[in-house]
Design a protein around this ligand. Structure first.
Ligand SMILES: [Zn+2]
Length: 449
């Protein structure tokens, strides 16, 4: 997945090759960026650059100033010279374009290419996100590190004479990579906490080519149709002889219609969304009525509704997906295959039914072509944010498990974590690297840390 041939002059240690496996590419030409503390090239953006790209350009110029001591101008240009930052549409290049092709709607949205010749350093992305990745990967290749959120964990080298030769293209193995705080940003300074987390994610290229939405959704369907459900208590699940709770009576055709309309309406309201969830509400309480029982197992009922909604979505919003978990009472695959636009995340905890997690990892890809996984790197009630920490602190677990998810057809990984970088931070840093490249050399990353 990675192609590179790069060299950084004036940096004592050659850092980039240790991070990822490499194929040999034609040697890149060398370009000098700064000399004796003076900038030799401006940062060049297109006149159609988005606000996001302008922000990345300013941040790149800021870091280059810290590194070289030189002031780098950011200006609009044609890309024939300079530190050229933009999308392949903004700076077309037939040699770079094949590495930035987007396949199957999503794969490649984060792809980037870095090239050098005697007049240019090209930092090109398939999309704005790929452009950001190109910029921060370039900075990483010359020695910058952002181990944890917060400036104290930033490493910026000092290089007054900066020359580089890089020929590298890359895209992530997992199309959605998230390490997020299950219990939120509990911090005395919440705004700072959010900003520093976002900066960490941006600098370390954590992101999504495909925006996942698999979270519990049936309770929202009920809440958004409160009046109808108040008038029709029979739309709710029958449990303990009463119509109650937050699960649906999925055998009722009216309920299926409401769920379908809710999903279609979601895409109408959020045209930028890639996915809508059809995941049932959390906990048990599935319907015990005769008609629901006739539909089969809980998995047959939950995934059956998801399939029906997915068919409607495919018709009205081609390319959009329906997401849900394989979790709790619906951990097992249903007795039928899922529609091609259904995405399932199998949870690495709270599994119920006949199979172990490893057996489910083997089974599920036979039923669903868009498999993802949901991992628990830290849960406060399990590890109390204390040493020795949860799975996120266990490097050998991460080193084994993340490549296994990719091997088992995983295209997305959602990691429930916590704002607890003391016990878990090193693991979060390594997990993020493995999500991009499951063949990343963990020993080298640890040495570098
Ligand atoms: Zn029912």
């Amino acid at each position: 997945m990675t192609k590179r041939n790069s060299g950084v002059y004036a940096v004592a240690v050659y850092l980039s090759a240790m991070l990822v496996f490499a194929f040999l590419c034609p040697a890149a030409e060398k370009v000098q960026i700064a000399k004796e503390g003076k900038a030799l090239l401006p940062v060049v953006i297109s006149d159609t650059a988005s606000e996001n790209i302008k922000k990345v350009a300013d941040e790149l110029a800021g870091y280059l100033k810290q590194i070289t001591g030189a002031s780098f101008e950011v200006k609009v240009g044609d890309g024939n010279s300079g530190i050229v930052l933009g999308t392949i549409q903004q700076f077309p290049d037939s040699k770079v374009a094949p590495d930035l092709v987007i396949r199957n709607t999503f794969d490649g949205k984060e792809a980037y290419a870095i090239r050098t010749d005697d007049k240019r350093l090209l930092l090109i992305g398939a999309t704005d996100l790929g452009v950001s990745h190109a910029a921060f990967r370039f900075l990483e290749s010359i020695g910058c590190r952002w181990f944890f959120p917060a400036k104290e964990w930033e490493v910026i080298p000092s290089i007054r004479d900066l020359s580089v030769s890089i020929n590298e293209s890359d895209r992530p193995a997992l199309l959605s990579r998230r390490i997020w705080y299950g219990y939120g940003f509990f911090d005395r300074d919440k705004t700072r906490s959010i900003e520093e987390y976002n900066a960490w994610a941006r600098h370390n290229r954590m992101g999504c080519s495909l925006q996942i939405y698999c979270g519990h959704a049936w309770q929202s369907i009920i809440a958004d149709n409160r009046k109808i459900f108040d008038e029709h208590p029979e739309y709710l699940a029958l449990t303990g002889g009463k119509r109650q709770g937050e699960q649906l009576c999925v055998s009722n055709p009216e309920v299926r219609k409401i769920a379908t309309e809710w999903a279609l309406n979601y895409f109408k309201k959020h045209p930028e969304a890639d996915m809508v969830s059809m995941e049932c509400s959390d906990g048990g309480g599935q319907c015990e009525c005769e008609n629901c029982k006739k539909l089969g197992s809980i998995s047959d009922r939950v995934f059956g509704l998801a399939n029906e909604v997915a068919r409607a979505v495919a018709k009205s919003y081609p390319g959009k997906m329906v997401g849900l978990y394989a979790y709790n009472e619906h951990s097992e695959p249903p007795s039928f295959k899922l529609e091609p636009n259904v995405c399932v995340q199998l949870t690495a905890g709270f599994i119920r039914g006949r199979y172990s997690f490893n057996e489910l990892m083997d089974l599920w890809p036979q039923y669903c072509r868009n498999m993802g996984y949901y991992e628990y790197l830290s849960v406060y009630l399990w590890d109390w944010d204390m040493v020795p920490g949860g799975r996120g602190a266990n490097i050998s677990y991460l080193q084994k498990q993340i490549p296994l998810y990719v091997k088992n057809n995983g295209t997305t990984l959602d990691c429930e974590s916590g704002n607890n970088w003391g016990p878990h931070g090193r693991g979060y840093y390594i997990a993020n690297k493995l999500m991009w490249n499951p063949k990343a050399r963990v020993d080298d990353l640890l040495d570098d840390f």
